[in-house]
Design a protein around this ligand. Structure first.
Ligand SMILES: *[C@@H]1O[C@H](CO)[C@@H](O)[C@H](O)[C@H]1NC(C)=O
Ligand SMILES: *[C@@H]1O[C@H](CO)[C@@H](O)[C@H](O)[C@H]1NC(C)=O
Length: 837
């Protein structure tokens, strides 16, 4: 029996097709319901301080203040009978809690990660306490939220979002000497992990922000809905408030409001990033009042000097009636941050699709921050216009972890933070493991449905049906991967020590861990969810168990004790290919290393496409999904989310195209038909990324350069791709190797799938490019060699197309051998053991 037969017998399906379909249907309905409900915060504390009854404000119930979370003796419940009108949150301001000494609230945190902290202050007189005279500081975790604070001026609302890294959030109030502190209402609420990620650019000069946004405490300074109304907590899935922009715009006469409907696209921003009312309204240029249509619209905001600010621009082209009809520039202060921005381009040809950009503005002594948008001066074929839909300005904590100078008493030690930083440095790495968004369930489920009939034989399908209907689903998965005891994983990760977190995502957190046998592993721990989460979890185990290959990141085991859903993967020491190419200042990879990485990942994909009866399509091939082990060997990750089904459900959003902007196969986009060749296209983009070492979409570049694939293909068509090579490689590649590589990338990017090579073919060509480079490695350091880039050798050994496909076919037919080479001795024996139990 061939190894692959053996393998398939062992990993028989867990359920029958009929049951599966029913289940998937239920699952789909469930997930649609969940999607429409939006984000449900795990931790959700809303307290009306000083009140003995609950208060409802805009559908949010602030519970009575029963001191349950309060750790202090010296406090007083205060109330006023003066009615406070014309303030949205007025009922909350009728009562307050007064603290006569240091006091703290202590909230158990069930889901670590970013949390909102919202504080409501409204000073009034209560007995001898004149609250407008109070001076105090507020700290949380290791961050100073307010230092030397005197809430003198009417109602004040403060919103922060903090990375919470323990099971407990301590919020402390410290009065100044002879003074006291007070608070009228309080919120501590989970934030979705997808809201703040590490993808910001610096403003001057433009470049990747090297800090760790994920780790920063942020204070909302301004959150503005351009061209639209006030958006209250009622109309925002995350309970945020967005104010209108009239008070900020510099010249009202030059601007007008516009409204349209928003086309939320999968893979793009969701309603949690900003709601319909924000993306569906904009301020655009009003040229009728201007003699010269070439002007900027500018908004000005007060900010605190001495702090960095995170600026998030929200765009959605609701003004154009056709694609590529709007080109504008975006400025922060007087620096250009995006030139000739074409939203059609960055949203990959979807009109009215939301898009946002994050920038970090360094600290300065300026207290005015201005942002402007104005028409492109270089693209003159379209009528001049510019838009802005929304803007958020967030103050970032300084190096001391403060958002507001010094607190009266420094709260806690700061050791923990250092640990966290180290964790996160490692971390950007494994964000790759995540991205298990609710949307995927549908796709993956369907894949299962399509995949199984071809693999199951009647007997197996039948016996597992009853297993399933008996409700003992969990036992079925034990045949697929090693089942870990929870304590073993607790031990491996030092009880899920925050300093070992190497990635955070929608699904949960990924920890680096060391098993008893000293294997280093990546431990992905899901937020305990419903039955639906459980299904997803089992699907992932099953999918990952079926596809094992030395160039696919493998699943080592799982744990489902105590409602936990934990997946254990092999640990990839060197993180993502993307990080090695740009943005992280890692040492530059040599051409040979890059080729070997491309070859490795091509092997992984080739196996996915051909390693089972029905081709498995990855669907999200990108440099961030290619991981590197300690020897820089490449492995493809996240293929558990891929699918084998040929079509996308038409009952779903019609624009439901999954994948990442910049890598998407244009044909898939047009026809919504998925084939292996969609992966080939995306892989072609990765090849260009490897060659040029720049992001696939970079809106800060001049228009023609924004989309890497488009830009590079223009150079390649002229036969001059080497002109845009990563400067670190210049002069170090043999011309024939370069040519082979460039041709391969070009073929991958053919407009129609049928014209693109198979992965096997790509693999062959890359190996050939490596050989061409290898033969002359000894010359590599010879700077005087005339045979370098720019002078293509006429002697290039050109292999004919037929020859190529012959060898490629051979490769494909030999995939069983390839499979037998899978380094699974350890994992596999564990699997077999697990099954035998
Ligand atoms: C806000 O939500 C309410 C109720 O859901 C709706 O009636 C109203 O039109 C929304 N307002 C805006 C500005 O979208
Ligand atoms: C728009 O503002 C930027 C930055 O302040 C400035 O450089 C540019 O000249 C302005 N454009 C126009 C047309 O005023």
């Amino acid at each position: 029996m061939s190894p692959s037969h053996l393998f398939r017998l062992k990993f028989h399906p867990v359920m029958g097709v009929g049951e599966l379909k029913l289940l998937l249907w239920i699952l789909s309905v469930l997930s649609l319901v969940l999607i429409s409900l939006g984000f449900v915060p795990k931790d959700n504390y809303l307290i009306d301080c000083g009140s003995s009854t609950s208060t409802t404000v805009m559908n949010h119930v602030f519970v009575a203040d029963n001191s349950q979370y309060l750790k202090t003796q010296r406090n007083i419940m205060a109330s006023t009978s003066n009615s406070i009108t014309s303030i949205i949150a007025s009922p909350l301001y009728q009562t307050a809690r007064i603290f006569n000494g240091t006091a703290s609230y202590n909230f158990p945190i069930s889901n670590q990660g970013r949390h909102w902290i919202r504080l409501y202050f409204f000073p009034f007189q209560y007995q001898e306490y004149n609250m407008s005279m109070a001076i105090f500081s507020v700290t949380a975790q290791n961050f100073v939220l307010l230092g030397n604070f005197n809430p003198r001026n009417g109602s004040m609302f403060k919103e922060y979002s903090l990375p919470v890294t323990s099971d407990n959030l301590v919020l402390s109030f410290t009065p100044a000497e002879h003074s006291f502190a007070f608070l009228n209402a309080l919120e501590v609420v989970s934030v979705p992990d997808t809201l703040i990620t590490d993808n910001a650019q610096t403003v001057n000069p433009l470049g990747a922000f090297q800090g760790l946004l994920m780790n920063e405490a942020l204070q909302t300074v301004w959150r503005v809905n351009m061209g639209g109304p006030l958006v209250t907590t009622l109309n925002d899935t995350l309970g945020r408030t967005w104010v209108a922009d009239q008070n900020f715009i510099v010249n009202q006469n030059l601007a007008q409001s516009v409204t349209g409907s928003v086309n939320y696209v999968q893979g793009g921003p969701t309603r949690d990033i900003a709601p319909d009312t924000v993306y569906g309204t904009a301020t655009e240029m009003n040229s009728s009042n201007a003699p010269n249509p070439n002007f900027n619209m500018t908004w000005k905001f007060n900010v605190d000097a001495g702090f960095q600010h995170l600026i998030r621009f929200h765009f959605c082209d609701i003004v154009s009636t056709a694609l590529n009809n709007l080109y504008f520039n975006v400025y922060v202060n007087s620096w250009v941050v995006a030139q000739d921005l074409d939203l059609s381009l960055v949203t990959v040809n979807t009109l009215a699709a939301p898009y946002y950009m994050d920038f970090v503005l360094g600290s300065s002594n300026r207290t005015i921050l201005s942002v402007s948008v104005g028409p492109s001066t270089t693209v003159t074929s379209v009528s001049p216009n510019a838009i802005l839909n929304g803007l958020e300005i967030m103050k970032m904590s300084d190096s001391k972890g403060s958002l507001d100078g010094e607190a009266f008493i420094s709260p806690h030690g700061s050791k923990k933070k250092v640990g966290l930083i180290v964790g996160v440095v490692l971390g950007v790495i494994a964000v790759v493991f995540l991205g298990t968004i609710l949307f995927f369930i549908l796709h993956r489920s369907r894949r299962l449905a399509h995949d199984h009939p071809s693999k199951s034989n009647g007997r197996n399908a039948h016996s597992t049906v009853s297993k399933f209907s008996n409700g003992t689903i969990t036992s079925a998965t034990s045949e697929l991967a090693l089942r870990f005891a929870f304590v073993a994983l607790q031990e491996a990760t030092n009880n899920f020590d925050e300093s070992l977190v190497i990635g955070v995502g929608g699904f949960g957190k990924v920890y680096k861990g060391v098993l008893k046998d000293e294997t280093t592993v990546a431990v992905k721990r899901a937020n305990p969810l419903s039955k639906q989460g459980l299904m997803e979890f089992q699907t992932e185990i099953e999918m990952l168990s079926q596809f094992r290959h030395r160039h696919l990141v493998s699943l080592i085991g799982y744990c489902d004790e105590q409602n936990e859903m934990i997946l254990v993967y092999e640990y990839m020491e060197n993180g993502t290919l993307k990080n090695h190419l740009y943005g992280q200042n890692l040492p530059s990879l040599s051409w040979k290393q890059r080729l070997e990485i491309c070859i490795g990942s091509a092997k992984g994909l080739h196996y996915l496409h051909t390693g089972s009866v029905k081709a498995i399509i990855h669907r999200d091939v990108k440099s961030a999904n290619i991981l590197l082990d300690e020897n820089l060997k490449a492995k493809v990750a996240d293929f558990g989310l891929s699918k084998a089904g040929p079509e996308i459900d038409q009952t779903h959003v019609s624009t439901a195209v999954k994948g990442s902007f910049g890598y998407l196969d244009p044909e898939y986009f047009k026809r919504q038909q998925l084939t292996e060749k969609s992966d080939v296209y995306s892989f072609g983009v990765v090849l260009l990324e490897v060659f040029c070492a720049r992001p696939v979409i970079d809106p800060s570049l001049p228009r023609e350069k924004v989309n890497l694939a488009e830009w590079a293909m223009q150079w390649q068509k002229r036969g001059e791709l080497e002109q845009i090579i990563d400067p670190n490689l210049a002069g170090k590649i043999r011309p024939d190797s370069l040519r082979k590589f460039a041709e391969t990338a070009e073929k991958c990017l053919a407009e129609y799938g049928v014209d693109r090579p198979t992965m096997g073919n790509v693999l062959f060509n890359l190996e050939y490019a490596l050989q061409l480079q290898d033969t002359t490695t000894q010359d590599e350091t010879d700077e005087n060699s005339t045979n370098q880039i720019g002078e293509l050798s006429p002697m290039v050994n050109h292999i004919s197309n037929e020859e190529t496909s012959l060898i490629a076919e051979h490769l494909e037919s030999s995939q069983v051998d390839d499979f037998s080479g899978v380094s699974m001795s350890k994992v596999f024996s564990q699997l077999v053991k697990a099954e035998g139990r």
